[in-house]
Design a protein around this ligand. Structure first.
Ligand SMILES: [Zn+2]
Length: 420
């Protein structure tokens, strides 16, 4: 697969078509977005018919990077198929399907410098800091954070350029969601032993740092989701974190933080949180108790932790040992009604896989296929309604590590299938 060095559009051998209003309409139909379509058409026009391009937004006459690059010095090589600087063979007739750029030799593949909607891909937040060293025999399977990306890369579901390392969240953004007193205690390592026990991880500065990276991962995923339809964080889904305290392996509430980020920046008017982790989303419910712009939905094991639940906008508590059939039917009935009622312009999906039968903490009995079907229902619904969806991983504590990795990997595979 070869990509245009400018816009990363896939190059089609021998195909040469001029950009035209037809292209613009096609891009709209394909859901690339009106702004992006305008920019692209503007740039394509600018190259081919400079005079016709006047008046289009953000037109850049020099935009078609495929031109004039041939003789410049080698650039960083970005396109996966052309890493290590291999020259594409017989490249004379390669033409960008979008902007009709010709492929020049030698193939200096440059990182696209403008936001390129044809470079649509499943962006995934991950950093090595996600894996936090725990004492031996700790019940949290921290290793999953390493194994999920490894598995996805190994099987070829994703490539390395889809991952990004989120920077730590700023203090200001933390304080949009969490109380200053709580943040102060975290920052100065001043939580009481009882508060630390409630969180369930040994407390160190690195744990806080990790939480900041993860939370910002979800924030950045929310931006990518707006661009590409979906984006996923390899961790997060820390829904037991309240505005004033943490518990149940949750320090910061990443989904609440990202929701507040979108609201503050006026990037969303109405947000729907679909929390399908087996545990009820008590922290998220508390944080948005009085926020009408965020609708919290949690479907969970009724008898499971947290035993004192904070009411979400919609809670569905399931009996122990609920299996695929009733679970999926309920979800299938609920999702369309919910989307219709809430009319969200952004969805956060908490895809905890502690719903599967082999989970140590779950108490439900979904199969791996059932859990995958659950993901498909949610992601498909968002895709159909064209609502950007940001996915955070949430829990997964199966006795069998392979089940945890498989179930989480299924969420990525399903997103990749539906959206790309
Ligand atoms: Zn859980």
């Amino acid at each position: 697969m070869k990509r245009c060095i400018y816009c990363a559009a896939i190059l089609q051998r021998g195909l040469s078509f001029e950009p035209s209003p037809f292209l613009f309409v096609t891009m709209l139909v394909l859901g690339v977005g009106q702004d992006a379509a305008s920019v692209y058409l503007a740039e394509a026009l600018a190259w081919h018919w400079p005079s016709a391009a006047e008046g289009w937004p953000k037109a850049r006459p020099d935009a078609c990077r495929a031109r004039g690059r041939a003789d410049s010095e080698p650039r960083s090589i970005a396109a996966p198929a052309l890493r290590q600087g291999q020259a594409p063979k017989n490249n004379d007739n390669l033409v960008c399907a979008l902007c009709a750029s010709r492929w020049h030799a030698p193939p200096y593949i440059v990182e696209p410098t403008l936001p390129c909607t044809l470079l649509r891909m499943l962006k995934i937040a991950f950093s090595p800091i996600y894996k936090y060293e725990l004492p031996e025999k700790h019940r949290f399977p921290m290793i999953k954070y390493e194994l999920i990306p490894e598995q996805l890369l190994y099987e070829g579901t994703v490539s390395e350029d889809q991952f990004f390392h989120p920077a730590p969240l700023t203090e200001e953004e933390i304080l949009w969601t969490h109380e200053a007193a709580y943040w102060d205690k975290l920052k100065h390592q001043a939580l009481s032993p009882k508060e630390i026990r409630a969180i369930g991880f040994p407390m160190t500065a690195r744990l806080i740092e990790r939480g900041r990276h993860i939370a910002n991962g979800t924030v950045q995923c929310a931006h990518y989701a707006r661009q590409y339809g979906v984006a996923m964080n390899v961790a997060g889904g820390t829904h037991h974190s309240f505005s004033h305290k943490g518990e149940g392996f949750c320090v910061f509430n990443d989904i609440a933080i990202a929701s507040n980020h979108l609201l503050k920046h006026r990037l969303a008017k109405k947000i729907l949180v679909i929390d399908l982790d087996v545990h009820q989303g008590n922290g998220t419910a508390q944080i948005f108790q009085h926020e009408p712009r965020v609708f919290t939905f949690s479907m969970h094991g009724e008898k499971n932790y947290p035993h004192r639940k904070v009411p979400s906008d919609l809670d569905i508590g399931l009996p122990d040992k609920t299996e695929d059939g009733p679970y999926l039917k309920l979800l299938k009935d609920t999702l369309p009604r919910l989307l219709d009622k809430v009319q969200p312009d952004h969805v956060f999906y908490l895809s905890g896989v502690d719903v599967i039968y082999s989970d140590k903490l779950g108490r439900l009995s979904l199969s791996l296929e059932g859990c995958k079907e659950r993901d498909r229902l949610v992601l498909q619904a968002c895709h159909q309604h064209r609502i950007p969806v940001t996915v955070s991983m949430g829990g997964g504590y199966s006795e069998r590590l392979s089940h945890i990795v498989e179930a989480h990997a299924n969420t990525f595979r399903t997103a990749q299938e539906i959206f790309f």
